[in-house]
Structure formats: structure tokens, C-alpha cells
Write a new protein. Structure first.
Length: 375
């Protein structure tokens, strides 16, 4: 979708957010999300949560009063009166997802269920520095929220960008190739500019989170993203693995050739520089084999269930990359299946989930990124 001309519309003030009170309410809300339009009955909610029917009735009554849930008809019962079915109200709240790539900015708006409802895109140059780039982010988010946004409940904005960065402090480190971003208070500045809570994380972590919350997602997987750079988002036990310094998943800077070409990170023979060099030569099959070597290392090290590939380079020739990675894994006797994430905007959608996830009881551990509030 081509981005319309940016406007100077002011950001609508976020409506009060009716956040669930406590783990049980979030658990019920997540089950409503998973049930989709078909909905789920109170009895099924009680069976799946282990809560008493009385507790479920109290929780669902409050969710209905707050506009987060509604009745969705009735379902035939095996005995007695038909069961009332409840479902999530996706339009009850929204979240902004921002993917700040090295050469492109994508901003989208999702509903409470994580479905994208609006999108804007424009070129940027990360090397222009934080000032001009964050000006662009501010303009695009304001324009996005100014398009029919009156009275809309906006939970906040999730921002995903290349690392390294500190997801707890909301501050980038020496971004590979763009050291001028080191130490800039991106999260705090955007929260002030937008008047919204903001969460900052690495692009691959955000994408992995968005994939992890999908119904039926594997419990452990690696999302390997090849675009303007190469990195991985790791999910173990259903939650993203970031590490204390947000350093987990730096797949692109894994040394695979000791005397290889220099990389912007300061190393030599990094997976990223070898893979992107093959792409630049038009040797996509060779790039896929290099990517397969990195994926094999992840499978061996973490014993993950699945490898998922994404990013603009992969999506240009998805079969070539999927087949090439599968071939490398199979040749090493590794059985982890390989898939392709077909959505171009998986990172931006995952960025929105940085804000949405806590509403559903996800991302509540000590390694989860924290939002910068607006006071």
C-alpha cells in the first residue's frame, strides 16, 4: 500500500484503556481471542481455565461491561437450555506497530485481535540520524491515527528496529552500520512526541512475538529474517528469548568463516555479510545454503521445533530459500521443519503485539520490554 501524503493532524488522545484486572481476566480474554468469531461458552471457559463457573461469570460480566466481550448467539446444549456464546470485540481497542528498517518505515494499526486495519509506508534512511527518522515516525503515526480515529482507544505503540538495543531501557546500542543511534532515548522521545505508551524491541524479537501468539504456534522456533540485514527471533517455551542484554538471536553476526570478509560489526566472516554478498551477486541458492548453515546451528544449539523464514529477500524467492535451508538441515540429519512467513509486514504486526500481549496475559515475565508511559 502506498503511503498517502503525510499530514500534520494531531494525535488523538487515547481513550481510557479498560485493562483486565488480574491473571484470570487476561486468561479468559485470551481464550475469547483464540475462539474468534465462533465464540466460546462460559462453561467451556471454566473447563479450560480451571476456574469456577461463578468466577467465569463475574469476569465475563466485567469484560462485557467494559466493551471487550459481547454475546455471539447460542450453542445447542446436550442437556438443559442452550449455552450463551461470548466473543472478543476486536474494535474495542487498537495498537500501533512500527517497523523502522534501515531504508523503510512501516506503520500499521491493528485491532485488539491483532488484525491490521490500516497501514502506511515510506522510505527512510536510518543513517540520517535519530532526529529526521523519528520526525518521520511521528508524522506517519499521527497521520495513521488521524484517519477516522476520533474516540478510538489506542493502547500504545510498539516500535521494532535493528539491534543491538536495550529493550528494558528502550535505547538502541551501536546499531550495525549506524553507530550514531547508540544511546538515543528512542522510546522516551517517541512517547513524549506521540502522547502514547511506547515499547521498543529488536525487529526479529517483535516478529517472533507476533508469530508466537498465533493459535497453534509451535512451542519453540526460530524466526530467521533476511532483509537489509540478517537476524533471528527465538521463541522457547512459547515466549521470546531476548537475553538480559537483548543479545539473543544475533544470528547474522555468528562467525562462520574465520578469514572471511570484514563485517560492519567489527568481525570477519559473519553469516550476514556472506549471505548478503551472495544475494548481491544474484546467487540466491548460495545465500540459502549460507542461511541453512546458520539455521542448523540454531537447531543443534536449542533443539527447536521449527525454523521459520521471512524478510523481503526471502519473500522475493521463497521456494529457493526454503528448499535450500531444508537441504542443509536434511544433509546434517536434522529433522526440524522449515516454513516461510509469507506476510511482508510480520515485523510491524509483531511490533503491535508488543503493546497487545500484556492485555492477554502474555509477555509478563522479567525479560519483557516495558512501555514508556506518558504520565
Amino acid at each position: 500500500m502506498n503511503a498517502p501524503t503525510p499530514t500534520r493532524a494531531s494525535t488523538p488522545a487515547p481513550a481510557p484503556v479498560p485493562a483486565p484486572r488480574g491473571r484470570n481476566a487476561a486468561l479468559v480474554l485470551d481464550l475469547l481471542r483464540g475462539a474468534g468469531e465462533a465464540g466460546i461458552s462460559r462453561l467451556e471457559l471454566a473447563e479450560r481455565t480451571g476456574l469456577t463457573p461463578q468466577a467465569v461469570s463475574k469476569i465475563t460480566a466485567r469484560l462485557r461491561a467494559e466493551g471487550l466481550a459481547t454475546e455471539a448467539g447460542h450453542r445447542a446444549s446436550t442437556g438443559g437450555k442452550p449455552r450463551t456464546v461470548l466473543r472478543l470485540v476486536p474494535s474495542a481497542a487498537h495498537a500501533v506497530g512500527v517497523h523502522l528498517d534501515r531504508d523503510e518505515l512501516t506503520v500499521l494499526l491493528t485491532d485488539l485481535a491483532g488484525t491490521a486495519v490500516a497501514l502506511r509506508r515510506r522510505p527512510v534512511d536510518l543513517g540520517a540520524g535519530a532526529g529526521p527518522v523519528l520526525d518521520a515516525v511521528t508524522e506517519e503515526v499521527r497521520a495513521l491515527l488521524g484517519e477516522g480515529g476520533e474516540g478510538r482507544t489506542v493502547l500504545g505503540a510498539g516500535v521494532a528496529m535493528p539491534g543491538p538495543l536495550d529493550h528494558r531501557a528502550g535505547v538502541p546500542g551501536r546499531v550495525t552500520g549506524f553507530p550514531e543511534w547508540a544511546g538515543h532515548p528512542v522510546r522516551a522521545e517517541l512517547a513524549r512526541r506521540l502522547g502514547l505508551p511506547v515499547v521498543l524491541d529488536k525487529d526479529t524479537n517483535a516478529a517472533a512475538l507476533g508469530l508466537a501468539v498465533r493459535p497453534g504456534a509451535p512451542g519453540s522456533f526460530a524466526y530467521v529474517h533476511l532483509g537489509t540485514g540478517l537476524g533471528a527471533g527465538l521463541v522457547l517455551g512459547g515466549a521470546p528469548l531476548r537475553g538480559d542484554r537483548t543479545g539473543a538471536g544475533e544470528l547474522g553476526h555468528q562467525t562462520v568463516q574465520l578469514d572471511g570478509p570484514p563485517c560492519d560489526c567489527g568481525g570477519r566472516g559473519c553469516l550476514e555479510v556472506l549471505c548478503l554478498a551472495a544475494v548481491a551477486r544474484g546467487e540466491h541458492a548460495g545465500a540459502a545454503r549460507v542461511l541453512g548453515a546458520g539455521a542448523a546451528n540454531l537447531v543443534r544449539l536449542l533443539d527447536i521445533d521449527q525454523v521459520l523464514l521471512g524478510g523481503r529477500v526471502v519473500l522475493a524467492v521463497p521456494e529457493v530459500f526454503a528448499d535450500g535451508v531444508r537441504e542443509v538441515l536434511a544433509g546434517l540429519g536434522l529433522t526440524a521443519p522449515v516454513g516461510v512467513v509469507a506476510e511482508r509486514d510480520a515485523v510491524a504486526e509483531g511490533a503491535a503485539w508488543l503493546t497487545l500481549a500484556p492485555v492477554f496475559g502474555k509477555e509478563t515475565g522479567p525479560s519483557s520490554p516495558r512501555p514508556e508511559g506518558t504520565g
